[in-house]
Write a protein that binds this ligand. Structure first.
Ligand code: HEM
Length: 476
């Protein structure tokens, strides 16, 4: 039986692990370096940070109550070089897994993740070899003025304690919870069993040890704890990547390969695996039912996370190579649906990314993007997702999904092409493209010459410790 998180552990977890502060529409990440000879002061400051306590968030069933009571939150995470700069003992530093120790910005890892060409770490704005990051402070607030006040306080105190802010990324909330290409995001999400009173995620539970360190995972094994329990237990790994989205390029490509605007939106949806409203293609293969449609179990199609793929093994409804089907193939990966779910459960992650930058043309929706394409350059290009996800094993979860499923040009029936939305569009031979499997009796359609729509601008692997460990850091 799947293990459940004990309520006794909840007050020890940083809040972002249990909820994404969806009711707090503004946020910002401060990426910092620890000043030379300032490790003691920085440690004392970080240890004393007023971190979110999950227990208080849980009490706020109606999130509005919590928002009114407390308008801003901080969470904190560290890279391996950051822990070293803060003076964590060599024995503890050595106990971390290799991928965390090495970090994201290595040539080998770059090839594995598809961080090549313009996405190579040499070009990153932060997190590369020449501009490493030690500490990430994740700030959330109800509105712009609350964020400005919160940020000023956090930055002032951090700088006084010897932390230098090397990069600040302000995140935004787009209408209907969309990402910049114009699709509703943050719908499918596993929830750690026992971490919520009731699961809003339609039964999509995973064992806590898939995310948290020192807990039982899906195989009943205890996830590896770096250092001792006081330091490592109830921590997790945070993957942070600044992914710039070429929104104009994406929609230009879709329109060039479609008969009209509606057909362009259909092609885009086939590449994503959901419609702009969020409705899953697995249930609605031909037409976006819109934001009000309900599905069988009573939730809106736009929030649906209870669909599967085993009745669509050929990909006629949701293409096998689409982004959501690659990144979580659900029960459609192995011939036996139950085996598929067991296997896929080892490669899940909790996503907490948010968009940054202003939407193309000001209106965040596909129909208006298509209208401004001719003149798109005047709206700039600085927009994307500050991708963030949590997992207990960087290698088995994030890296596996990115490399084996998203970047793999031959994944389960996909014919020579990686993830059309986020992939690096490389393949060892032959033309690279995306396949839309046809309905029974219909031929498949190949769309070729997909450019790269997403460029990595920065990134880091971070350790997000328990609250107890953060306090311990302060106490030296
Ligand atoms: C600019 C980059 C990206 C964009 C625009 C994007 C967009 C989306 C959208 C629109 C969805 C559907 C909404 C949902 O199910 O919540 C989705 C789902 C998902 N994405 Fe991404 N994504 C990006 C990067 C990534 C990366 C780097 C990964 C991991 C390697 C990833 C993993 C996932 C997963 C696991 C799901 C949920 C699939 C499911 O459970 O059905 N995404 N993404």
């Amino acid at each position: 039986m799947r293990a459940s998180l004990s309520h006794a552990d909840l007050p020890d977890l940083q809040g972002v692990l249990v909820h994404g502060y969806g009711h707090l529409h503004t946020g910002c990440v401060l990426l910092c370096q620890v000043g030379t000879d300032r490790s003691k002061a920085a440690r004392a400051h970080l240890g004393a940070l007023g971190l979110t306590n999950v227990e208080t968030a849980r009490q706020a069933k109606g999130e509005a109550i919590e928002a009114a009571r407390r308008k801003s939150f901080t969470n904190v995470a560290f890279t391996h070089t950051g822990l070293a700069a803060l003076g964590v003992s060599p024995a503890t530093l050595d106990s971390f897994p290799r991928e965390f120790v090495e970090g994201m910005a290595t040539d080998a890892r770059g090839r594995l993740l598809g961080d090549v060409g313009p996405s190579h770490h040499d070009s990153w704005q932060w997190g590369g070899k020449t501009n490493p990051v030690h500490v990430a402070l994740l700030l959330y607030a109800a509105d712009a003025s609350a964020l400005a006040a919160h940020r000023a306080g956090v930055m002032g105190a951090a700088e006084a304690a010897g932390l230098r802010v090397v990069k600040m990324i302000e995140t935004v909330t787009l209408p209907r919870r969309q990402e910049h290409f114009g699709f509703r995001d943050g719908i499918a999400q596993p929830v750690m069993k026992g971490s919520r009173d009731s699961s809003p995620y339609q039964g999509d539970e995973i064992a806590p040890g898939e995310i948290l360190l020192g807990h039982q995972d899906e195989f009943g094994e205890t996830s590896h704890v770096p250092g001792d329990n006081a330091f490592g237990r109830n921590g997790t790994y945070l993957v942070m990547r600044q992914l710039e989205q070429d929104v104009a390029g994406f929609w230009r490509f879709c329109r060039a390969n479609a008969e009209d605007d509606a057909d362009a939106i259909r092609l885009a949806a086939k590449m994503v695996g959901r419609w702009p409203s969020g409705a899953a293609l697995a249930r609605f293969p031909d037409k976006d039912p819109g934001p009000k449609e309900k599905v069988a179990h009573g939730v809106r199609a736009a929030d649906d996370n209870a669909f599967q793929y085993s009745s669509d093994m050929a990909g006629a409804r949701c293409p096998l190579g689409s982004h959501v089907r690659r990144s979580n193939p659900r029960d459609g990966f192995a011939q036996v649906p139950k085996d598929s779910l067991t296997m896929v459960a080892r490669h899940r992650m909790i996503r907490r990314g948010r968009p940054y930058g202003q939407p193309l043309g000001g209106e965040a929706e596909p129909a208006s993007y298509l209208k401004v394409l001719e003149d798109a350059s005047r709206f700039g290009t600085d927009r994307g997702i500050l991708f963030a996800c949590f997992n207990a094993s960087l290698e088995r979860q994030f890296e596996f999904v990115q490399q084996q499923w998203c970047e793999n040009p031959k994944l389960a029936g996909a014919v020579n092409g990686p993830d059309p939305l986020i992939g690096s569009q490389r393949a060892p031979c032959g033309p690279v493209g995306f396949t839309l499997q046809g309905k029974a009796g219909e031929p498949a359609r190949r769309v070729l010459g997909i450019p790269r729509f997403v460029t990595v601008r920065g990134g880091a692997y971070l350790f997000l410790p328990s609250l107890r460990a953060v306090r311990g850091l302060g106490e030296g």
